[in-house]
Design a protein around this ligand. Structure first.
Ligand SMILES: NC(=O)c1ccc[n+]([C@@H]2O[C@H](COP(=O)([O-])OP(=O)(O)OC[C@H]3O[C@@H](n4cnc5c(N)ncnc54)[C@H](OP(=O)(O)O)[C@@H]3O)[C@@H](O)[C@H]2O)c1
Length: 323
């Protein structure tokens, strides 16, 4: 089969379209004929060697796939064969990928493979940020950085559905428009006169926000802390601009602030993960959650997809369409 592999860590150019053997599903697993593979910022970090650095190379990239089950392994339910599904599945930049039967979410006919490929990694992350980590409540205010990104646009929608007020930061006017369309109440575009924290204080009568979701790291960290109200909560979940500084606990006392981290690969209680997956699947199926497809390219164009994602040129979800 065709698959995108990296033979060495480095820039987007290390990605290659290779011919590799098709995978076979193991016990309890299924094989998916991939139609669309989601591209995530973490894939660019993995390719650069910042993530899973000990995995042997060459390695196929990817972490989620939408497609049709074409084979089941020992012990897996044969009724999955032929069904349209989406799942967390490693090494999904390929024509076929395997995953545990437990990971499968069946797709309604009207949901496209491309949309579905934008649902799981970013949707589960957004869902857990809002519901599991921040436990956002009606009337609270949340600041979301990279608000027009894949996680950002989904987090805005989920936060609005809880009854929160949503503020976002982005780097361009075009991204601001998308964040507003997703439901953000106000959006800060970098490059203006005021700082993010000044802007937040102005919009919140000087008090600050109860929650900040920060995936940018180094360049946003200080403004995230400054934007918090007393007892506010900063949830860190990425470092697109580099790692944030070490936490100075002494600096948190004056406003009794809280900092936590969220990682999708932390083992989650199975019932919680099932609830999150089902909630997302239902919301997408009923049209209550919209996946914005910012860039859809063929499998062979993975280099371009990574270049665009890393240079902040994308909005919403980046997807590789597999012929
Ligand atoms: N913890 C977890 O389990 C988990 C799971 C999924 C994703 N993540 C993290 O969440 C973040 C969002 O992921 P995503 O896939 O949805 O990506 P994304 O938000 O679509 O893309 C990254 C965005 O980060 C912003 N950014 C700010 N400074 C940047 C810089 N120096 N270089 C590149 N981008 C920069 C850009 O938005 P602006 O130009 O508007 O600032 C850019 O569009 C990533 O940091 C990712 O690693 C974490």
């Amino acid at each position: 089969m065709k698959a995108i592999r990296y033979h060495e860590v480095g820039g987007p150019e290390v990605l290659r379209l290779d011919d590799v053997p098709e995978p076979t599903p193991g016990p309890g697993e299924v094989r998916i004929r991939v139609k669309a593979a989601g591209v995530n910022f973490a894939d660019t970090e993995r390719r650069r060697g910042l993530y899973d650095a000990k995995s042997p190379l060459p390695r196929i990239l990817g972490s989620e796939a939408a497609g049709v089950v074409d084979m089941v392994g020992p012990g897996a339910d044969a009724q999955w064969v032929g069904r349209r599904v989406v799942a967390l599945a490693l090494q999904s930049y390929a024509e076929f990928a395997t995953t545990s039967e437990q990971e499968l979410l069946e797709l309604p006919e009207h949901v496209s493979f491309e949309e579905a490929a934008g649902l799981l990694v970013q949707g589960l992350t957004a869902w857990h940020l809002i519901h599991t980590s921040a436990q956002l409540r009606p009337g609270q205010r949340v600041l979301i950085h990279a608000a027009a990104g894949g996680v950002g646009l989904l987090a805005i929608q989920l936060a609005k559905q809880t009854g929160a007020t949503v503020l976002g930061t982005v780097s361009t006017e075009g991204k601001a428009r998308l964040a507003r369309e997703a439901g953000a109440d106000d959006v800060f575009v970098y490059g203006g006169a005021s700082s993010v924290a000044e802007w937040v204080r102005k919009l919140t009568d000087g008090s600050g926000v109860e929650v900040v979701l920060d995936s940018v790291g180094a360049s946003t960290w200080e403004s995230s802390l400054e934007s918090l109200a007393p007892f506010g909560h900063l949830v860190a979940y990425g470092s697109a601009s580099g790692h944030p500084p070490l936490v100075d606990v002494e600096a948190l006392y004056a406003r009794s602030l809280k900092i936590s981290a969220y990682w999708l690969r932390t083992p989650h209680p199975p019932a919680l993960q099932r609830r999150a997956r089902e909630a997302l699947g239902q919301a997408l199926g009923k049209g209550q959650l919209r996946v914005t497809l910012g860039l859809v390219v063929g499998l062979g164009e993975a280099v371009r997809a990574h270049q665009q994602l890393e240079s902040r040129a994308t909005v919403g979800k980046v997807v590789l369409r597999v012929p």
